[in-house]
Design a protein around this ligand. Structure first.
Ligand SMILES: Cc1cc2nc3c(=O)[nH]c(=O)nc-3n(C[C@H](O)[C@H](O)[C@H](O)COP(=O)(O)OP(=O)(O)OC[C@H]3O[C@@H](n4cnc5c(N)ncnc54)[C@H](O)[C@@H]3O)c2cc1C
Length: 432
């Protein structure tokens, strides 16, 4: 049986969702020797189930205040747009854009109006009022409609693009039977010395000796921390139950605002069979977390009749999916304002909080772990200027790094990208 290694690395990342893949891409461009290990399918937790809205803060400023959350995401649409257009790194130009912008609309209730006007005054990127003649047909019946420059991406193609760009360094693992850790003798807590992996395909073993271990495994971080003898209680789960509709539906992207909440947030997708699918989140999905599927669907239909009175829902099929948002624990289990990264020994535990904050999280982790051991390697291509410190590092295209066990890596199984929840749903309801 082959035993490869120990392979010396700057970082081993656990988890191939938005956070892990973005970080891997950054690290490799900055000249770090890094591998990403995925135990299921890429994005199999939250990323594939998300609505893909590149928020610019609207959702968090509805009460009229510029909250910390709103400030944290304010610059994100511009940064993402540069990457989506291939003008910045990582190059996300293969990511499908579901919509260039979102709409926000309000119903005729007074509460609805209050939140809406608050959002207008507090945002840096303000929603633009649009003339009734150009309102999307689905929004006829609203009392006011605005356009907000928040693009909507397809998470599956986003994951796929980042995976393809870093394929040589993304490996599938069996975390139950194919993963063991040894710990440094000198550090009591969180000092990982080696990671021993067994290939899920043929039993080949490989030993990694990372300077840093990065936990970017969403909900999986809790269990990984337990295995690494780190304290619990650092993660919270906030459950939602999303509603999914499929059938003859118009394209809708955006939020119906009611007071300080988004009553519904709708995004539109074509499924694998070319049918139109709505993903319906917002308050409906929070209200519905403990409801049965048919009860929630009935509630959602009522909400849609109020918020989108012009849309005919008579020939639509419905399903729901439950999912937990995994985040850093906060007092009172409120939504954290920022991305989170904390270091114990040589282990970093990270949650982005939002998909849009994956780039901010990646930069924060780079700053946390310091320079790569071989940052002046000569086989790099191009030069990378790190904005935060002004340092110039050689970017290492490490595909031909002689210290990697190329044959073992080439034969190691790769994870696939996760399937979206509506593709996996087996029970669809008509007239529930
Ligand atoms: C319904 C819903 C809608 C959302 N909509 C939006 C939105 O519109 N805009 C926005 O900005 N944010 C949105 N979010 C939040 C966003 O999806 C998450 O913040 C983000 O995707 C989290 O990414 P992640 O990489 O940390 O986790 P995940 O996407 O959960 O990825 C974790 C990965 O780690 C892997 N893993 C787990 N355990 C292990 C292990 N032991 N070893 C190796 N790998 C492991 C998993 O298989 C998975 O691939 C939404 C979230 C939900 C639930």
């Amino acid at each position: 049986m082959t035993l490869a290694g120990p392979v010396k690395l700057d970082a081993v990342i656990f988890g191939g969702g938005a956070a892990g893949l973005w970080l891997l891409d950054d690290l490799r461009r900055f000249g770090y020797r890094a591998l990403l290990l995925e135990c299921a399918a890429l994005g199999a937790g939250q990323t594939i189930a998300s609505q893909g809205i590149i928020h610019g803060g609207l959702k968090y400023s509805l009460g009229g205040l510029l909250t910390e959350s709103a400030e944290a995401v304010a610059k994100m649409p511009e940064l993402w747009r540069r990457c989506l257009e291939g003008r910045d790194q990582p190059d996300l130009s293969d990511t499908r854009i579901r919509a260039d912008a979102c709409h926000i609309w309000r119903t005729r209730s007074l509460r609805s109006w209050l939140g809406f006007s608050g959002a207008k005054v507090s945002l840096r990127v303000r929603p633009q009022k649009i003339e009734k003649t150009v309102w999307p047909a689905a929004l006829r019946g609203a009392s006011s409609v605005m356009r907000i420059e928040e693009p909507v991406i397809d998470p599956a193609s986003f994951l796929h693009g980042l995976f393809q760009a870093n394929r040589s360094r993304v490996l599938r693992i069996d975390e139950q039977t194919g993963l063991e850790f040894t710990f440094k003798k000198t550090k009591k807590n969180g000092g990982v010395d080696t990671v021993l992996m067994r290939s899920p395909a043929n039993g080949t073993r490989m030993v990694l000796r990372p300077r840093h271990v990065i936990l970017a495994a969403g909900q999986g971080n809790e269990d990984l921390r337990r295995r690494l003898n780190l304290p619990g209680g650092t993660m919270q789960r906030r459950g939602v139950q999303m509603v999914v509709a499929r059938g003859k539906l118009p394209a809708v992207f955006g939020h119906c605002v009611d007071g300080a909440r988004t009553r519904v947030t709708i995004t539109t997708i074509d499924n694998f069979h070319g049918e139109t699918v709505w993903q319906i989140g917002g308050k409906v999905s929070e209200d519905g977390v403990n409801m049965g599927p048919t009860e929630l669907i009935r509630h959602a239909i009522k909400e849609l009749h109020h918020t989108l009175p012009a849309v005919d829902l008579s020939a639509v099929e419905w399903t729901t999916y439950k999912i937990d948002k995994a985040e850093a624990a906060t007092p009172g289990k409120r939504r954290p304002d920022h991305e989170h990264a904390a270091i114990d020994g040589n282990i970093v535990t990270a949650w982005p909080t939002k998909l849009v904050l994956a780039p901010v999280l990646a930069r924060r982790i780079v700053d946390m772990i310091g320079k790569p051991a071989g940052h002046n390697v000569s086989h790099g291509s191009g030069v990378w200027l790190r904005e935060s410190s002004g340092e110039t590092w050689t970017s290492a295209a490490d595909d031909h790094d002689p210290d990697y066990p190329d044959q073992v890596l080439a034969e190691w199984p790769r994870p696939r990208v996760a399937a979206p929840p509506w593709e996996l749903a087996t029970k669809w309801y008509t007239n529930p």
